[in-house]
Design a protein around this ligand. Structure first.
Ligand code: HEM
Length: 586
């Protein structure tokens, strides 16, 4: 049975062991125990043993910490046993703004690194740059994604870079790194897709559309184009069966990826017991069959190209225009491995990129001065013609703008790692903290990147200028990890930055053109936001927000779905109407 390697020991410990112990104790007592007492003993044995185990683990951990000259990570002391109230608040909070606020409040009470210890299980949360650096760099080999994550994601990610640790991860990283070199990533590959996307936006005055959803599709198309050379947006050449099949495969891919991600996310949330919720069916079967049927013919074609190259005795190294998939099939004969890598890279690229582009547009709509600065820089250095790496290099303000978007709205807001062995965490307060083995830590990038003690009193203000001039100081540099940090840093950074810069240049040109031709500008369409997804009015002021929504600065409800996103979508429109009081035109 799937997941049984973790489920069976957990069930033995929590369900079988307590009554077994009670039965032994009752047998050992020479007197006849009344039935009611016996039943009570059995019933009480479950929570009692659980609490005892939890306390003894805590005591052992404290002793171990002391013996190493360290302290325990501060434990949250809830009002109810096993911190059940913390769990209830967590579950009740529902929206990510609430979860974020809970994390901030707990942080104020317990510091930047604390242990929620819900249901007796250590669960560390940290937004301390010193701790995060230790986890991601200094004790890298000890902080892994872990066998439990691999087990839950196996049917989706197979044996891919996202799903592996240790030597296997090193193998994947070494295999893929050369293909991500900036020399394989050119703005000209993405410009046609971005232009087609911009041309498809409805320009009739007042027609609102969800640009977040459209950017998801654009990110998918660009990732597929770069990985495989296949064009999802082009119409089939004829109405043949192949064309119809291709269209159908393209239409299903995005939804199937989202579905598979949700299923794995649900398993992670449920924890060890997840197989019990899938006894009658495997929900991944359908989405995975759609995803695998999409990639199968594409891999076939890559294999055919490889065979043709071999026949002509062409060296792949001489061919500059080789795609990611071609380089992969040159490097391995293993079809399944190729398929797994494609799925892993698609997962890594689609939602992160869509999130980054969405928040660029959101900020442009929210910050008129920044929008004007960006557009005037584009007019000055890249007003027309092909976009090249040189034109991107000249976008100094643009680069600062993107960094600031990634700082305040990191597409991957939280990351998670698990210890193999105990670890001593150095902290920014100078205190050494003891973290037990086999324990998870949530790395709260988003909190760290909005932390006033790292970024100054204006930490929540969108201000690209902090990245210009002298640039960041050491503390700030160490407090920015949107691309992750250390050996497992994002491989796709050159890809993502090339796309985002190209997108911003073409968007600015497009906005100028629409303004000249139609007198229209892009606005956030607050009135089009689906019911129940608009930001509560109270959160739009510093006092009413109580620290949510960047202390009242945001106008949209930011949620961590799979990545950071805007609840209900980012609805925008081209309009000439006067600006709403709380919005601005770009
Ligand atoms: C703005 C966009 C992006 C951001 C903010 C971002 C961020 C990240 C982060 C935080 C990780 C670490 C994940 C983890 O430890 O579980 C990661 C890993 C990775 N990213 Fe990105 N990413 C972006 C776009 C992309 C793109 C476009 C690609 C591919 C074309 C890509 C490929 C990868 C790969 C392959 C890894 C795994 C690296 C490893 O485990 O060694 N990313 N990225």
């Amino acid at each position: 049975m799937k997941g049984s390697q973790f489920l069976v020991p957990a069930l033995l410990k929590t369900v079988v062991l307590p009554p077994l112990l009670v039965s032994c104790i009752l047998k050992a007592i020479p007197l006849r125990v009344p039935l009611a007492l016996g039943i009570t003993a059995y019933l009480v044995s479950f929570p009692l043993l659980f609490i005892l185990r939890s306390h003894s683990a805590a005591i052992r951990s404290t002793r171990h910490a002391r013996s190493l000259g360290a302290v325990d990570i501060p434990r949250v002391h809830g009002r109810w046993p096993l911190n059940l109230d913390v769990l209830a608040d967590w579950a009740k909070s529902g929206s990510d703004e609430e979860v974020g606020r809970m994390m901030v409040l707990l942080g104020r009470k317990y510091g930047k690194t604390y242990n929620t210890r819900v249901l007796g299980e250590d669960q560390i949360i940290s937004s301390d740059p010193t701790v995060l650096k230790h986890v991601l760099v200094d004790d890298f080999d000890n902080f892994v994604k872990g066998a439990k994550f691999k087990d839950r994601a196996e049917a989706f990610l197979g044996d891919g870079i996202f799903n592996s640790d240790g030597d296997r991860w090193k193998f994947h990283r070494a295999l893929m790194r050369p293909f991500f070199h900036p020399s394989h990533i050119s703005p000209s590959l993405f410009a046609p897709h971005i232009n087609a996307f911009l041309d498809s936006l409805p320009t009739s005055s007042g027609a609102a559309f969800d640009v977040q959803a459209k950017l998801g599709q654009l990110a998918l198309e660009m990732a597929i184009k770069w990985m495989t050379g296949e064009d999802m947006s082009s119409d089939p050449v004829d109405h043949s069966k192949v064309g119809a099949e291709w269209r159908e495969a393209c239409e299903g891919l995005g939804g199937a990826m989202t579905e598979a991600q949700k299923i794995v996310g649900k398993r992670v949330k449920i924890g060890t017991l997840w197989p019990l919720f899938e006894l009658t069916h495997d929900p991944l079967t359908k989405p995975m069959s759609i995803i695998r049927s999409f990639f199968r013919p594409i891999i076939d074609r890559a294999m055919e190209r490889k065979a043709a190259r071999a026949e002509l005795e062409e060296s792949p190294d001489e061919k500059e225009d080789l795609r990611f998939i071609d380089r992969l099939v040159e490097a391995t004969h293993d079809r399944k491995l190729v398929e797994d890598q494609l799925i892993n890279v698609l997962l890594a690229s689609r939602d992160t990129l869509a999130s980054c582009l969405t928040f660029c547009i959101y900020v442009l709509g929210l910050e008129p001065k920044m929008s004007a600065n960006l557009r005037s820089e584009v007019r000055a250095v890249a007003a027309q013609g092909d976009i090249t790496k040189d034109s991107i290099r000249e976008l100094r303000y643009g680069r600062a703008f993107i960094n600031e978007v990634l700082r305040l709205f990191p597409p991957v807001p939280l990351n998670i790692r698990r210890t193999l062995r105990p670890s001593l965490l150095p902290t920014s307060s100078g205190q050494m903290m003891y973290m037990p083995g086999n324990t998870s830590i949530i790395l709260a990038f988003v909190l760290m990147q909005r932390d006033k003690t790292v970024w100054g009193d204006d930490a929540e203000v969108f201000d690209p200028s902090r990245w210009m001039g002298e640039g960041l100081d050491k503390k700030e540099r160490e407090g920015f990890m949107s691309w992750n940090y250390g050996p497992r840093m994002c491989l796709g950074q050159p890809f993502a930055l090339t796309v985002t810069n190209t997108f911003l240049i073409l968007l600015c040109r497009h906005l100028d053109r629409i303004h000249q031709e139609h007198g229209l500008s892009l606005q956030i369409a607050f009135d089009a936001q689906p019911a129940g997804t608009g930001l509560p009015e109270a959160w739009k002021t510093a006092e009413g927000s109580e620290g949510r929504a960047r202390t009242g600065r945001d106008r949209m409800w930011v949620v961590a779905d799979v990545v950071l996103a805007i609840k209900g979508g980012l609805w925008v429109k081209f309009g000439s109407a006067e600006r709403p009081a709380d919005a601005d035109d770009t």
